[in-house]
Design a protein around this ligand. Structure first.
Ligand code: AMP
Length: 279
């Protein structure tokens, strides 16, 4: 696996691939890799000649009181994982490289960035959209692979790709879960033992919502209340939000028909967990 540590090294490498008419599958990550990331990599491996992964803990998407400093960084272990999956190249940019002195340009995907998590994490999706736009320009992949785990991120980035005419296909890969249903996440390692035991309540609540919908319940408030009750009765979690929204616009739905997303964020201790399902 080739390790690329500068933008010019990436550009040289990409030029060779393009000259040879090979295709590129790209997986952007913040590292601390787990099987959720690996599933994206495997999909990319199946469909492209070359697979490139980026590992960058992007300061622009963290708020001042968020976990940028303590976000797990484990370059050696990540490299072993990627080597095992036969990734062709990994790009490790630095913050100085991505946002050099005098940097002024940001991508703001309006409306959808403000909803759900955006409401509580001001500027987060501006940071995500900006870094992904930059990575797409540097790497010029044929396909970018994203996880459904970050459902709002998918909506924001699909919108950006469409609105800004990026010549890239967006592939969304289903959420990979632990045996008990907890969505895999680099942040799960922050959970204490007790919190970890309670963490599956989020997925259980989403499953409960789906069952209610399948059995004919159409009222979003009833579904939300049932989810709230399940979470509060079975854990000490604090609910940040539970919302039933249109899966493209993220506008709140007034009736459960089709094409909507149920998204939720909870806190277990200091750890924030998010999850969603599309119904
Ligand atoms: P992150 O490193 O958390 O920024 O995630 C990088 C990519 O992996 C994003 O597209 C995530 O949505 C995706 N991802 C993270 N966790 C999972 C998971 N459990 N299942 C599927 N995709 C995931």
């Amino acid at each position: 696996m080739i390790i690329l540590r500068s933008i010019s090294a990436v550009q040289k490498y990409i030029k060779k691939i393009k000259d040879a008419h090979k295709t590129i599958g790209f997986v952007p990550t913040m590292g601390a890799l787990h099987q959720g990331h690996m599933n994206l990599v495997r999909q990319a491996r199946q469909h492209h000649n070359k697979v490139i992964v980026s590992i960058f803990v992007n300061p622009a998407q963290f708020g001042p009181s968020e976990d940028f400093k303590k976000y797990p960084r484990q370059i050696k272990q990540d490299s072993l994982f990627l080597d095992d999956e036969k990734v062709d190249a990994v790009f490790y940019p630095t913050a100085e490289m991505m946002y050099p002195r005098g940097y002024l340009t940001y991508v703001n995907v309006e409306s959808v960035s403000e909803k759900l998590c955006g409401h509580y994490r001001s500027g987060h999706f501006r940071g995500v959209a900006t870094v992904v736009a930059k990575l797409l320009n540097i790497i010029r992949p044929d396909t970018i692979y994203l996880g459904q785990k970050d459902g709002q991120q998918v909506v924001v980035l699909e919108r950006m790709v469409k609105d800004l005419n990026f010549p890239v296909k967006v592939k969304v890969i289903p959420t990979v879960r632990e045996k008990d249903g907890l969505a895999m996440s680099s942040r799960n390692r922050y959970l204490t033992e007790t919190d970890r035991q309670q963490a599956p309540v989020l997925w259980q609540a989403l499953k409960l919502a789906k069952q209610m919908i399948v059995s004919g319940v159409k009222d979003p408030a009833r579904i939300e209340n049932a989810m709230r009750a399940h979470i509060t009765q079975n854990s000490q979690a604090k609910i940040q939000y539970i919302e039933l929204v249109d899966k493209n616009t993220l506008e709140t739905v007034t009736e459960c028909r089709k094409n909507f997303m149920i998204a939720a964020a909870i806190y277990l201790g200091a750890t924030r967990l998010i999850d969603n399902i599309i119904v």
